[in-house]
Design a protein around this ligand. Sequence first.
Ligand SMILES: [Fe+2]
Length: 212
Amino acid sequence: MLISRRRTLSFLSAGALAACAQRVDVDEPSAAATPAEMEGPFFPPDTNIERDADLTRLAGRTERALGTMIQVRGRVLDRAGQPIAGARVELWQANAAGRYAHPGDSANTQPLDPNFQGYALLQTGADGGFSATTIKPGGYDVPSVGRRTPHLHWKFAAGSAELTTQSYFPGEPENEIDALMRRMGEPAQRLIVRAGAASTEGPGFDWDIVLA
Ligand SMILES: [Fe+2]
């Protein structure tokens, strides 16, 4: 959401305005930074693995990952709304059954998917954009936390700016009961991606990420 600094300043007293006038460019829009969320325990222990933008295929395998294939498209922006080219983007997630290919998830009774990549390392283009083909992850239960709604995990990095967060799907019934979304409150709504144009392979989702 873009918030005009001019509008913000209108709520300040005349004295405060005078003090700010020397320091603030009142015409520069300022977007709220995308909220951070916990990394969780399932970041891959070794990222020197297959990590291209199609998580539904692994080299040397003919079958694709199980589940509903989706396209996730994002744009990484700075707080002035300008695209950040060359940002580092990492995506990791559970498979369609809600299981991570991670030693820490070995007690999960759901099956691994031998055709699912589970991790991607991407870079934004000149327009700040990136795109990945993946599957919609399943939700899962965490003994100490509660039910997790389907979600994707992300790390973004550009210069000294870093953001670790998670994204959620629109209209997902389990969003209402997800422990982390409830704990975060209203800002979690900004982590829900938008339904966008579908590709030939499945539904598409769009998301703008604002780095502080
Ligand atoms: Fe997770």
